[in-house]
Design a protein around this ligand. Structure first.
Ligand code: AR6
Length: 169
């Protein structure tokens, strides 16, 4: 049984086995939650990301996929980097957003992570409308078989929290 919880806050302040990062394909950092994770997690994360780029992911991590690194100085064992889709009003990319959640849980299971914190993937720079993103995130986590015991969505602002809370009831 996986318990779904919602908290409002900064994901880099969370204690969890794994913290999910809303990254981009380069894996080399960016703004938003990605920037915050690298800032607080320290250089060990970027170092491992560089190694992934030099080996398995020479062309970058494809959208909808996930890969783990150390969590550096964060209060977690691993960061699971996933690349959300940029929102499009002309093309339905919901499957890719669902895939981010499925793949992150698959990686969490491989690692043996029991508590996993997720941000609201794609709802910042990638412009996904909060309501739709919350529905996809929650539905996917509910419908994905996993050994993860707690999936915690960490929502940075009140509007994101409200969008998730409206659909968890
Ligand atoms: N803790 C929790 N959530 C946060 C934090 C934080 N510290 N900071 C921001 N958010 P975004 P995306 C929320 O833009 O849309 C990056 O540059 C934010 O309010 O971080 O998937 C990457 O490198 C929003 O609700 O990620 C990529 O290039 C959510 O996290 C690109 O942005 C996601 O916003 C990815 O865009």
């Amino acid at each position: 049984m996986t318990t779904l919880t919602l908290v409002r806050g900064d994901i880099t302040r969370q204690t969890a086995d794994a913290i999910v990062n809303a990254a981009n394909s380069s894996l080399l950092g960016g703004g938003g939650v990605d920037g915050a994770i690298h800032r607080r997690g320290g250089p060990a994360i970027l170092e491992e990301c560089r190694k992934l780029r030099a080996s398995r992911y020479g062309k970058g991590l494809p959208t909808g996929r996930a890969v783990a690194t150390t969590a550096g100085d964060l209060d977690a064992h691993w960061v699971i980097h996933t690349v959300g889709p940029v929102f499009s009003s002309t093309e339905d990319r919901s499957d890719l957003l669902a895939s981010c959640h499925r793949e992150s849980l698959r990686v969490a299971d491989e690692l043996g992570a029991r508590t996993v914190a997720f941000p609201a993937i794609s709802t910042g720079a990638y412009r996904w409308p909060l309501r739709a993103a919350a529905r996809i995130a929650l539905e996917t986590v509910r419908n994905t078989p996993t050994d993860v015991e707690e999936v915690r969505f960490v929502l940075f602002d009140q509007s994101a929290y409200d969008a998730f809370a409206a659909q968890i009831r």
